[in-house]
Structure formats: structure tokens, C-alpha cells
Design a protein around this ligand. Structure first.
Ligand SMILES: Nc1ncnc2c1ncn2[C@@H]1O[C@H](COP(=O)(O)OP(=O)(O)OP(=O)(O)O)[C@@H](O)[C@H]1O
Length: 314
């Protein structure tokens, strides 16, 4: 029997049914993912994408099945950092689900750059569209069984981290900061955000902590270091490790050859390896991993102190 709504209630019902169907698809997809990690920070440029990419890669190198989801809608970088641009055409759907981009046998990637024909296109989206895109990244993607899903969020506490918190109820946050006071002040906001939306904090990472001398590979404290660790201690949060500033990290990101994929010896590689281990210990997957070879650790014969290195070439 037709109601007095002129047909609009049918539309509302259809919308409700679609939302319920999506909710089911989200639950089904999340049910196959053991650990969900939201990499966030209060401040831009502190290295969230770098940490996300290398964390995902490090866990994949350990033999885990890993997904990497870039929800930085306005500045998606992950595809560039992994040099997946050649595979950017949206793939055909399989049984209604879209397969993520495949970086390796055990690392899958989804990014908004997927959907952008022109990679320099600026994205102007309001909150509801962003929320829907993030929900679809879970409901419509064929992630399959994963040990870890690493989610790279934009800086701050806006729509994207909020949508992730609402869509993925048991997501855990990894908060990235740099040692300087300005970044630390912002990171407190992220921590408060997590408390407000009831997202457990898996830990804090201090990035750009000291500088790796390009000549001798020794780490020099040209800026401050230890601020992130102190903050974690003050707030009684787990500290997951420090990563020094290393020019090779920038080159690796720009070249689409992520840092942890290189075999080079450096304190930053060692530091990334330790962060991966801390995450693995704090958020263990149930299944036993099959360890693959990790990059070896660094030992330097140069006693560079305070930037007085004289051992290397220029
Ligand atoms: N440990 C490091 N050593 C040297 N450079 C680094 C390090 N971590 C990140 N960077 C560089 O800093 C820049 C910003 O890093 P990244 O894009 O990962 O930050 P972000 O927090 O994701 O930025 P945004 O706020 O724009 O999303 C990049 O050029 C990256 O290569």
C-alpha cells in the first residue's frame, strides 16, 4: 500500500538497507583482520606516512599478511612512496569486492590515489564523503585474511581519524611525534582525541630523533631527542621506539623505494626494525609468522661525536 510520503520513504528504506548491508560487509571484512593500527599525529610532516609504509613493510618482511590503507584523503602519499603508480588503474571487481593493489605477496595497499585519474588533482571533499570513502575502503575491498592492517591518517583529529575510530571499533593508535616541544604539544591533542573516542593507544614513536651522519652512519643529536619518550612516560603510554633523521629516508620515499626495502646498514634501519619488533610484541597476531630475512643491523667504526666526523667522503 502506498503511503503519504510520495515515495520518499521507499528511498529512505533503500538507504537504510544499503547502510545495513555495508555495516555487515564492514564487520565481515574486519573479522578477518587480527590487528588494526591507526598511525596518527597532531602535527603535519612528522613522518606518519614514512612510519606507516616502513611499519607495514617491516611486518610484511617478518612474514605477516599486511594491509596498508592510506586515508590521508587530501595528500595520499603511500602509493608514491611504494612506487605503485604503474598499477594505479582501478582493477576489475571480484565477486563485488575490489582487490587492493599488490605490493608483494603479503603486502596489499589501498589509497585514494587509486581513484584519482590525475595524480596531481586536488581533492575537495566534505566530511560525509570522506567518511563514506573510508567505510568503503573497509567494506568494498577484498583485504582477505590479514595479521595487520596499518592505516595512515592525515595530521590532526579531523574526519578521517574519527571515521576510522567509528568504522573500526577495535583499532589501536600509534602516535608519531618529533622530539620538539611544538610537536609534543600537538601530540597531546591526539592522545586526548583517542581517549575521547575510546581508541586504545598502542604506543608513541619518536621520529626524527637525532641525525644520522651520512659519512659515518653515527647518530648525532643536532636537535633535541627523547621528548617523545618522556611524553610517553609522563602519560604512562608505551614507548615503541625512536627513529633518527636520515637523509636516505627522504631519498627512499621520493624514489618510491621504501627505506626498509633496502639492504643498507644504518642506525635508522636498525631503529625501524626495533619499532616493528615493539609493535609486534605489543600487538601480537594469533598465527605464527614465517620469518623472512630482515635487513642487518648497523655497526659503525667511526667515533663521530657532535658532528665532528672526519671519516667519510664528501
Ligand atoms: N626519520 C626520517 N629521516 C629523514 N627524513 C624523514 C624521516 N621521517 C620522515 N622523513 C621525511 O619527512 C618528510 C615528511 O614525512 P611524511 O610524509 O612521512 O610525513 P607525514 O607526517 O605523513 O606528513 P603529512 O602531515 O603531510 O601527512 C618526507 O620527506 C620524509 O621522507
Amino acid at each position: 500500500m502506498a503511503g503519504s510520503c510520495g515515495g520518499s520513504c521507499g528511498t529512505a528504506e533503500a538507504q537504510q538497507a544499503a547502510a545495513a548491508q555495508q555495516e555487515l560487509a564492514i564487520k565481515k571484512s574486519l573479522g578477518k583482520i587480527k590487528n588494526k593500527i591507526l598511525v596518527m599525529s597532531g602535527k603535519g610532516g612528522v613522518g606518519k606516512s614514512t612510519v606507516s609504509v616502513n611499519l607495514a613493510l617491516g611486518l610484511a618482511k617478518q612474514g605477516y599478511q599486511v594491509g596498508l590503507m592510506d586515508v590521508d584523503i587530501h595528500g595520499p602519499d603511500v602509493v608514491r612512496m611504494l612506487d605503485l603508480k604503474g598499477t594505479i588503474e582501478p582493477p576489475a571487481t571480484e565477486g563485488g569486492l575490489v582487490p587492493p593493489l599488490k605490493y608483494s605477496d603479503n603486502l596489499k595497499v589501498v589509497s585514494l590515489e587509486y581513484m584519482m585519474r590525475d595524480r596531481d588533482e586536488a581533492i575537495i571533499w566534505r566530511g560525509p564523503l570522506k567518511i563514506q570513502a573510508i567505510r568503503q575502503f573497509v567494506s568494498d575491498m577484498d583485504w582477505g585474511e590479514l595479521d595487520y592492517l596499518v592505516i595512515d591518517a592525515p595530521p590532526g583529529t579531523g574526519d578521517e581519524p574519527l571515521s576510522v575510530a567509528q568504522t573500526i571499533p577495535n583499532v589501536k593508535a600509534v602516535v608519531v611525534t618529533t622530539p620538539q616541544q611544538v610537536a609534543l604539544a600537538d601530540v597531546r591533542k591526539s592522545i586526548n582525541f583517542c581517549k575521547t573516542v575510546k581508541v586504545e593507544i598502542a604506543g608513541v614513536i619518536e621520529n626524527m630523533s637525532g641525525f644520522v651522519c651520512p659519512h659515518c652512519n653515527e647518530t648525532v643529536d643536532i636537535f633535541k631527542s627523547g621528548g617523545g619518550e618522556q611524553l610517553a612516560r609522563d602519560l604512562e603510554l608505551p614507548f615503541l621506539g625512536r627513529i633518527p633523521m636520515d637523509p636516505k629516508v627522504v631519498m627512499a620515499g621520493d624514489d618510491g623505494k621504501p627505506y626498509l626495502s633496502s639492504d643498507a646498514d644504518s642506525p635508522a634501519i636498525t631503529a625501524f626494525g626495533k619499532v616493528v619488533k615493539s609493535v609486534e610484541l605489543r600487538l601480537p597476531p594469533v598465527a605464527e609468522p614465517v620469518p623472512l630475512q630482515m635487513a642487518s643491523t648497523a655497526t659503525s667504526s667511526c667515533a663521530c661525536s657532535g658532528g665532528s666526523c672526519s671519516s667519510g667522503s664528501n
